[in-house]
Design a protein around this ligand. Structure first.
Ligand SMILES: [Mn+2]
Length: 320
């Protein structure tokens, strides 16, 4: 039996499981986790969805999101653990990353090129635009009916991980799947509203403050912006509002690599990296213990903001 066949058989045989996804959750990790949980519940199983962080406001329309539990509220960990959209167990946060010693079986479903194949069973395909593509392939091998709720979760995952079907990872397969999901009742209007049409005013002020820090280097091939702790505190916003800012420098003509540097508490800096055509930002991020994809990656570095900027810009320059 193929690895995917074994994953399907394991899921169909199990009575209960916990499905977990990564910290600072995004549309793909939540959409994939919730779609799988809804499908398994439909098969009469007890599937719990667990995430260490709160659901971002922009994703609070996802069906099933209100049932997501925090890991410290899970009193009895089921013997089967399914980890989605995460390169390794650490990505699920400090609590969940210790569960590997307490469960009997781990299934790892992911599309990051930097995935460490940490599961007993692994379904890892970096050619998939989103983990949701892999979840859909699994569901097609089960007697699951794709409900509008499941379709909404999977469609949201596709739209967020492909930048609304703009990025290089979006293939004909992705678009065919998106079309299928719309036919199966994905609530596209609800999604549009939550994702793009109800931003807090403060998020535009944060964008404006961050744009004021825009700097170009390396013959204008690298562009970066900062978000300091003070900027985020002044905005009164949750950190998730800073994450998407990395796409602004990327839109400049001639820029190959776009970077966002965000101060975190405890002397840490979160770096988001994006590239257009040439630079493998996953490789750059891995040098700083991060990872992701060729065109989108991230890492967290200890150090003073401007020192971290100098270090990462130097590392990116070497790739150009
Ligand atoms: Mn993803």
């Amino acid at each position: 039996m193929s690895e995917v066949g074994r994953i399907v058989a394991t899921l169909m045989q199990a009575r209960e499981m916990a499905i977990v996804s990564h910290v600072t959750p995004d549309g793909d990790c939540l959409g994939s986790m919730l779609a799988l949980a809804l499908a398994l519940k439909q098969q009469g199983k007890r599937a719990i969805s667990v995430n260490a962080d709160p659901v971002p406001e922009t994703l609070q329309f996802l069906p099933g999101q209100a049932d997501i539990v925090s890991p410290d509220r899970v009193t009895r960990i089921p013997p089967l653990l399914v980890v989605v959209d995460s390169t390794d167990m650490e990505r699920a946060g400090p609590v969940i990353s210790t569960w590997d010693r307490q469960v009997e079986m781990i299934i790892n479903i992911d599309h990051h090129v930097s995935n460490s194949f940490f599961g007993h069973l692994n379904m890892v395909d970096s050619s998939a635009a989103a983990t949701a593509e892999l979840i859909y392939a699994l569901l097609q091998r089960m007697p699951v009916r794709i409900t509008p709720e499941i379709a909404t979760c999977l469609y949201t995952a596709l739209i967020t991980d492909t930048g609304s079907f703009q990025y290089e990872n979006c293939t004909a397969t992705t678009l065919r799947l998106a079309a299928d999901l719309l036919e199966q009742g994905a609530k596209a209007q609800l999604m549009r509203e939550y994702l793009w049409e109800r931003k807090p005013l403060a998020s535009l002020h944060l964008l404006s403050a961050s744009l004021a820090t825009l700097t170009l280097g390396c013959d204008n091939q690298i562009a970066w912006m900062k978000v300091t702790e003070a900027m985020l505190a002044d905005s009164g916003l949750a950190p998730e509002y800073a994450e998407s800012l990395v796409n602004y420098p990327r839109s400049i003509a001639g820029v190959e690599v776009s970077l966002l540097f965000r101060e975190l508490p405890g002397g840490l800096v979160k770096v988001n990296l994006r590239s257009k055509k040439k630079v493998d930002v996953n490789r750059v991020a891995e040098a700083f213990d991060g990872g992701g994809h060729r065109r989108a990656a991230g890492c967290i570095i200890k150090g003073e903001l401007n020192e971290v900027i100098a270090m990462v810009v130097a590392a990116v320059s070497k790739e150009l």
